[in-house]
Design a protein around this ligand. Structure first.
Ligand code: IMP
Ligand code: MG
Length: 182
């Protein structure tokens, strides 16, 4: 049924995603220590699958927490309006925070999150994103780890949605034109 037939092209196959996440895990292990355990902040909903795989690659002690941000409607372009739908459970003051994002497009969402979290006085604030579309950047926000850079195309799968669907696909893909027109 349906979902996979809507995919025009697989941009990043599942094995390539997993190999890159294993590398990111090694780098993040090296960047932190058990004496200063990081708090991974998963930006919902898109980053849930990335967080789940990344956390299993970490040997360093760490905790996870979740934050939900809305920046998109049902379409494929940013509304520019960002707001917090779900806030962190943890107090991050004095903590080493690592933001785990699915994708950086215009940079607006990440700029909002980093500005917001910085006011809570974390000991450090770093960013790891699975994907980045550098061609679309409108606000330059420093990013410590980028999984893969992709061209200016709307992608789905591995947590990323179109109108809340396709998050379950194990790869990153591009949908057929007619899916957006329906
Ligand atoms: P930005 O604020 O424009 O950087 O957009 C960031 C957010 O928009 C991401 O965290 C995603 O949730 C969503 N987004 C951006 N590009 C895509 C895409 O190609 N597919 C699915 N979601 C996307
Ligand atoms: Mg996101």
């Amino acid at each position: 049924m349906g979902l996979r037939e809507d995919v025009a092209q697989v941009l990043i196959p599942a094995d390539k995603l997993q190999a890159r996440i294993a590398e990111l895990g090694r780098e993040i292990n090296d960047a932190y220590s058990d004496n200063a355990p990081p708090l991974l902040v998963c930006v919902l909903k898109g980053a849930f699958m990335f967080l789940a795989d990344l956390t299993r690659r970490l040997d360093v002690r760490h905790e996870v927490d979740f934050m939900e941000i809305s920046s998109y409607g049902a379409g494929t372009t940013s509304s520019g309006v960002v707001r917090i739908l779900l806030d962190l459970e943890q107090n991050i003051e004095g903590r080493h925070v690592l933001i785990v994002e699915d994708i950086i497009d215009s940079g607006r969402t990440l700029e909002y999150i980093t500005r917001n979290l910085r006011t809570r006085n974390p000991a450090s604030l770093r960013v790891c994103t699975l994907l980045s579309k550098p061609a679309r950047r409108q606000i330059d926000v420093p990013v410590d780890w980028v999984g893969l850079e992709i061209p200016d195309e709307f992608v789905v799968g591995y947590g990323l949605d179109y109108a809340e669907e396709y998050r379950n696909l194990p790869f990153i893909g591009v949908l057929k034109e007619e899916v957006y027109r329906e």
